[in-house]
Design a protein around this ligand. Structure first.
Ligand code: ATP
Length: 587
């Protein structure tokens, strides 16, 4: 089937089910699957895409469920109003918890999610007004324009309309400026921040959206079951939601649905089968799920959906940006204008002086090479200029403004862009999407605009710019390839295109020729010569002397953190000090 019609056909088939002679038992099962899939969908966004593991998602389901249960039973508030109050509460809780926990890294974040998941569940179970462990009963059924949704079939339509709309929303979000920013989080903070992306802001956004999905799922759960108690929102349920997402495929929207369906159906079967087999009652399915989880993580870490994915036709992005308007460009420095003035910058790591009061200047239209043997302090200097590291002292003046101490995304905003010594990219995004990340600060569409597809015009402009930059470095023919499939040479060029997409006044390249073959180095040198001819100012950290000598206007040589000399390539080559310190050892 044509990929374009696949999704509408799937939606139509799902929504037709209650009209078919399907038993109430299966309708109920599908209702639970739809509700659980929405929670897992939040985890796909949070864990699979943004790389943040949460065990506490069930607590947000509880927030949505309890808010509507309480308000509709005690204050006769319309469940539809309660839905939005629950959503608001989930957002507030997520923002507060996010501010406290999302700056944590490594194992601390998952541990923190366990802590708040337990706390929220404990709160539900111990509040008198929430019915303590008994919960709240007698929750009214939903009504939709006078239609009573008390039955499973009526609820089915609502649950699946919301679940499928949520899936569409997340799919659209992922295919947008915001989505690319969230997808870049897994590559670490340095690259997105260098593109102007506030990684914390997008972690928080993913966290809040996941909490909102869980809250809506909780609201549906409460009005479907018509009773709530703390158990379905406990830590073990939180772990089960994560299991659903991982089993189905935590990196894929449809993985959430696959995981929810498999876990719900297998769980029910096991609950009947295992006690019969073992001869005593108990939650033995938990043991089976534990074993299955280990097997999945070992043998199918991308989840079950990856097996299905190969059979589902995919849609190639249509090149619809041919006539898109150009993105706004900044005013660039004139040739010869003092662009960068590095004034006695110093960086100490404990007792080690990595950069010892180094000064140099760079003028508009020039290419400067920063050279030196291993450990000379080149990368540290580079990181001081780009804001990745804070200075111990000194000044970095860019276009008349001291940028020392600014975060790297602010430095990017001012027109400084960079590449990385070890290529940093999003391997499962296309080359075009990776380059479009560079246009982040030149665009502004937000998440809700993306879900409603109000961002399409801006997206066309972004992709047009990304293609233009790829063409500039001779890589337009590779724009639809996955970045992770490229060889190192094209990946380094792609990083340059991404940096160019920011419309930089100063381009900083960190060892761009490292690891490249001769032909790739020649291609890179040609690209840099062309960029220079176009008037771009470039600072280059490089080891390869031959590569640098034929390319740059000026060289600054460092040794043991100190500036040895500055001069033209000929002066540097002729310097006995440099030969002794660097060239002598290299040649
Ligand atoms: N985060 C850090 N903590 C402690 N020491 C560091 C840190 N980063 C760099 N250094 C030290 O600072 C010195 C300069 O390192 P730097 O990486 O800047 O040198 P480099 O000239 O770029 O070398 P290379 O070409 O090998 O990358 C080295 O002695 C290095 O071990």
């Amino acid at each position: 089937m044509n990929a374009r019609f696949l999704f509408p056909a799937f939606c139509a088939a799902m929504l037709l089910i209650p009209a078919l002679p399907v038993s109430d038992f299966w309708i109920t099962q599908l209702n639970y699957i739809g509700i659980y899939a929405m929670v897992s969908l939040g985890l796909v966004l949070l864990t699979g895409v943004a790389g943040l593991t949460s065990f506490g998602q069930a607590a947000f389901v509880g927030v949505g469920a309890y808010t509507s249960a309480y308000l509709s039973t005690t204050a006769a508030v319309s469940p539809w109003i309660a839905l939005f109050i629950g959503l608001g509460l989930a957002v507030v809780v997520a923002v507060v918890l996010g501010f406290i926990t999302l700056r944590m890294s490594g194992h601390y974040l998952p541990l923190a999610t366990i802590a708040w998941g337990l706390s929220l569940n404990y709160t539900m179970a111990n509040m008198e007004f929430l019915g303590k462990y008994d919960g709240i009963m007698g929750i009214p059924p939903l009504e939709f324009f006078g239609i009573n949704l008390a039955g499973g079939r009526a609820m089915y339509v609502l649950i699946w309309v919301i679940a499928l709309l949520s899936a569409v929303g997340v799919l659209r979000l992922l295919d947008s400026r915001t989505g690319r920013a969230i997808r870049s989080l897994k590559s670490g903070a340095t690259m997105p921040e260098a593109m102007g992306i506030s990684t914390f802001q997008y972690k928080l956004l993913a966290f809040v959206l996941a909490a909102m999905l869980a809250s809506v799922a909780g609201w549906l759960f409460a009005h479907f079951q018509r009773t709530v108690s703390p158990t379905p929102f406990s830590m073990s349920k939180g772990i089960e939601f994560l299991f659903m997402a991982v089993l189905g495929g935590v990196g894929h929207v449809w993985g959430a649905f696959t995981g929810a369906a498999v876990v719900k159906l297998v769980e029910d079967e096991l609950q009947v089968l295992l006690p019969k087999l073992i001869g005593t009652s108990g939650n033995f399915e938990t043991i089976v799920f534990g074993i299955v989880l280990i097997l999945v993580l070992k043998y199918a870490p991308d989840g079950l959906w990856t097996f299905v994915k190969g059979w589902v036709p995919t849609r190639q992005r249509v090149r619809d940006w041919g006539d898109a308007q150009a993105l706004a460009a900044r005013e660039h420095p004139t040739r010869g204008e003092l662009l960068l003035d590095v004034k006695a910058v110093r960086k100490e790591f404990g007792g080690l002086v990595a950069v010892n009061d180094v000064s140099f200047t760079l003028r508009g239209g020039d290419i400067m090479g920063l050279l030196g043997p291993n450990g000379a302090g080149k990368s540290t200097t580079f990181n001081l200029i780009t804001g990745v590291l804070g200075l111990t002292r000194g000044e970095v003046v860019f276009r008349g403004r001291n940028i020392a101490g600014l975060p790297s995304r602010e430095i990017a905003r001012l027109g400084v862009s960079r590449t990385f010594q070890h290529v940093k990219m999003v391997p499962d995004m296309t080359v075009l999407e990776n380059v479009a990340l560079g246009g982040y600060l030149r665009s502004k569409a937000g998440p809700f605009g993306a879900m409603l597809r109000l961002d399409r015009d801006e997206e066309r402009r972004l992709f047009s710019e990304a293609e233009k930059q790829l063409a500039r470095i001779g890589m337009a023919d590779k724009m639809h390839e996955l970045a992770g499939n490229l060889a190192l040479g094209p990946q380094r060029l792609m990083e340059i295109a991404r940096a160019l997409c920011t419309d930089p006044s100063l381009l900083l390249l960190d060892e761009p020729a490292a690891g490249l073959r001769l032909k790739e180095k020649q291609a890179l040198a040609e690209v840099l010569r062309q960029l220079k001819a176009e008037g771009l100012t470039i600072l280059l950290v490089e080891h390869d002397m031959d590569f640098v000598m034929g390319l740059v206007d000026h060289i600054t040589v460092m040794e043991f953190g100190t500036k040895l000399m500055s001069g033209t390539p000929a002066e540097v080559q002729a310097s006995p000090e440099v030969r002794a310190a660097y060239l002598g050892t290299e040649h």
